[in-house]
Design a protein. Structure first.
Length: 580
């Protein structure tokens, strides 16, 4: 189990290194103290334990990067273990998606892929042992009665009338529960702890319930299933985990984690809690994400507006950018909301270095260059990425009829509008200076349908021999060579920063009606005709775009905007630095 082969280490994909950390976070400080005192024989062994009842989201990425990253930093191991104890909500689809997501982030668990269901027999024997010790009993109270008997934060609970059954009766009933003699929900197995404990989790928590549901791995072999608090600590123990890292909502569960392990006298890992990720303009509650999917508010778990890793991947986020994001936010003990602008900034930083630059006109306006010869095609040399000269250049066709962005022309421009207007000269990127000499309108609607321009052949490459300057450079596409494509412009899914935290409201009320805008007549340069699904580009002056992996077909790519060019986070940081 603890061989060095496949030890959970991932290749250093840009940002997971801890080199240069100004200070250790509290989790790493605990681990380093444990290593210093040889607490676990010098071992570091973590695990990522998702429930297969939904898709992973950006919050899970923080936990994945933390658990696998710590194993990587301290030459340890990290397991992937599914907490598959509720078959009524679980599915193989979720198992497969989780495996894909963790691998996509760049992590490997070697031969240590485990399931809580691997331990069902052993967990059952542990439950029998607790019954024999007088530490567990079968209870016939209904779920509602159990809640009523539990008490409140200010009032102690009441003991179940079944709490003092004999060991023999409890053993008999629990074995008959396993044999399927009783209806679902009619009986549970509870730990016998303290109904007056100030910690509600210690007031005789349920360990097993009767549930007839086919399990994706064990089929119908079991009709009783263990609950999380009983399963998780013992799974950690069985796998010889050293540091069981989980989110802050489990802090109040830690006494129960310790109680089960101490009562059974088994190997005892240390549970450590950190603050979960909260991200602005989205929700990270699995229940709320499920509502969005089941209610048809989004197009499935991999909708590019979703904060799921599948959705982010389809939108064009890279594993490197997400790992960078997780590294930047770090780990803390206090809950906070991270600005989504930081996540977007991390993607821009990554793609700026390696995304090819291309020209794409999203809202086309036809331009005819009257003094350019009909039928002539010239090839302009365009730079693929100024950040990386090794990416070289490409040829872009230039002809008499072009498309420019409709927003790049105004017939009666305001004072600070520097782009194309009647009588005004601008530069076409990599090409020539052009001047607008006429405006053609639809006689029925008055809409501008075409511009007539002239070009200066002496300005090839975008510079004038006489030294005259222009104030704007526009992107363009040759009309006869353009690829017509669908482009999706995505925005935040919600209109408010914290949609799930507004009192007396349904978070779905704040869904952004303009979170998706589809443009069906975009004109792209011809190099994009055979763009492969999953590939990414910077559309000059427009943003970063990814070829959709689901809806693109051969010779007909669909482009999703991953993120706009404007970097809100960089501006926020600049203001913060100026103040300090």
């Amino acid at each position: 189990m603890e061989s060095e082969a496949g030890n959970g280490k991932a290749g250093k994909k840009g940002t997971s290194e801890s080199k240069g950390r100004e200070s250790k976070d509290f989790i790493r400080a605990i681990i380093e103290e444990d290593l210093r005192t040889n607490k676990y024989g010098g071992r570091v062994h973590t695990r990522f334990p998702p429930e297969p009842n939904g898709y992973l989201h950006i919050g899970h990425a923080k936990s994945i990067c933390l658990n696998f990253g710590i194993a990587e930093e301290y030459n340890g191991l990290c397991n992937l273990r599914f907490d598959d104890t509720n078959p009524s909500k679980e599915d193989v689809e979720y198992v497969n998606s989780i495996i894909e997501d963790v691998r996509w982030l760049g992590y490997d668990w070697g031969d240590r892929l485990y399931y809580a269901s691997d331990y069902f027999e052993q967990l059952y024997e542990y439950a029998i042992e607790l019954i024999k010790m007088g530490k567990a009993y079968v209870c016939d109270l209904s779920p509602e009665e159990i809640r009523q008997y539990r008490g409140t934060l200010t009032e102690p609970g009441k003991e179940s009338p079944y709490r003092n059954r004999s060991v023999e009766e409890n053993l008999d009933l629990f074995r008959r529960m396993r044999a399927g003699e009783f209806p679902d929900g009619s009986r549970v197995l509870r730990a016998k702890i303290d109904m007056s404990s100030p910690n509600l989790n210690m007031r005789d928590p349920v360990m097993y319930r009767i549930l007839r549901a086919e399990h994706h791995r064990t089929g119908n072999k079991w009709c009783i299933y263990p609950l999380y608090d009983f399963t998780h600590c013992l799974s950690d123990s069985i796998e010889r985990i050293t540091h069981s890292i989980c989110t802050l909502e489990f802090e109040d569960h830690r006494p129960l984690y310790d109680w089960f392990l101490d009562q059974l006298g088994v190997y005892h890992p240390q549970q450590i809690e950190f603050a979960r990720l909260n991200l602005s303009y989205t929700v990270l509650s699995k229940r709320k994400l499920t509502e969005l999917v089941n209610g048809g508010y989004v197009d499935g778990w991999d909708d590019p507006r979703m904060p799921t890793l599948a959705g982010l991947r389809r939108r064009g986020y890279t594993p490197e950018s997400i790992r960078d994001f997780c590294d930047r936010i770090g780990v803390a003990k206090r809950e906070s909301v991270v600005d989504i602008a930081l996540l977007e900034h991390c993607l821009r930083v990554d793609l700026n270095k390696r995304a090819p630059r291309v020209m794409a006109v999203l809202n086309p306006l036809k331009v005819v260059i009257e003094n350019f010869p009909e039928g002539l095609v010239e090839e302009m040399e365009a730079i693929n990425n100024p950040e990386d000269p090794s990416m070289g250049t490409r040829k872009v066709p230039f002809s008499r009829t072009l498309y420019i962005e409709r927003d790049d022309f105004m017939e009666d421009p305001p004072k600070k509008f520097y782009r194309l207007a009647p009588g005004r000269e601008v530069r076409l990127r990599y090409a020539f200076f052009i001047k607008c000499v006429d405006v053609i309108k639809d006689p029925n609607t008055g809409e501008i349908v075409e511009l007539r321009c002239i070009y200066d052949p002496e300005t090839r490459g975008g510079a004038a021999p006489d030294g005259r300057k222009v104030k704007a450079t526009l992107h363009w596409v040759s009309a006869n060579h353009a690829v017509t494509a669908k482009v999706r412009i995505y925005d935040h899914l919600f209109t408010v920063p914290e949609p799930g935290a507004i009192k007396d409201s349904d978070f779905k009320e704040f869904i952004n009606p303009e979170s998706l805008i589809e443009l069906n007549n975009c004109k792209l340069e011809p190099s994009l005709k055979n763009a492969k699904p999953g590939s990414f580009y910077q559309f000059e002056r427009q943003g970063y775009f990814c070829v959709d992996t689901k809806d693109s077909t051969e010779n007909s790519p669909v482009f999703n905007r991953s993120v706009a060019l404007r970097d809100t986070w960089a501006k926020i940081k600049k203001k913060q630095e100026a103040k300090s």
